[in-house]
Design a protein around this ligand. Structure first.
Ligand code: HEM
Length: 137
């Protein structure tokens, strides 16, 4: 909800990250801080995933599960305040090593392997067939 921004206190990342226990668990999602301590035992996904989502920006953790709309609405119940976004450690995005543009897929690879085996066999069979028919004359 747009009107809710800056409603609560602003917390630093380090302060929020200290609340990482089953009886004291804070989460950071979408720039906001949530105290989910009261929700630990009731979370359908279990308390362990909530604990594992402490000490970091858990926005993508929450989104990746595909939480229902009612789950998204529940989040507001645990709103505590805002996070000082500049205090969140920068997480470098993983950049895959540059590969050459030639990147045959596995199925092409597999067909080539089969052909390497089948073609000589085909030639051999053909050779025997030719010999058989020419000899019988
Ligand atoms: C305030 C924060 C959260 C609330 C209110 C919440 C609420 C819910 C609710 C209501 C469900 C039941 C399914 C649904 O309605 O979508 C659920 C499932 C689940 N949640 Fe959360 N959740 C929160 C945070 C998180 C976080 C940070 C994670 C970390 C990965 C997480 C992981 C899961 C998983 C794995 C399930 C699936 C359980 C299953 O279907 O087996 N949740 N959550």
């Amino acid at each position: 909800m747009a009107g809710m921004a800056a409603e609560g206190k602003i917390y630093s990342f380090d302060e929020v990250a200290q609340h990482n226990l089953p009886k004291d668990c804070w989460l950071i999602m979408n720039g906001k801080v949530y105290d989910v301590t009261a929700f630990m035992d009731d979370h359908p996904g279990g308390d362990e995933v909530l604990l594992a989502a402490t000490g970091k920006d858990a926005t993508s953790d929450f989104d990746d599960i595909g939480h229902s709309n009612s789950a998204k609405e529940m989040v507001d119940k645990y709103y505590l305040g805002e996070i000082d976004v500049s205090s969140i450690p920068v997480k470098l995005k993983y950049v895959p090593p540059q590969k050459s543009s030639y990147n045959p897929d596995k199925s092409t690879d597999f067909i080539i392997k089969i052909l390497q085996f089948l073609v000589p066999l085909l030639i051999l069979t053909l050779a025997f067939a030719v010999r058989h028919y020419t000899k019988s004359e």
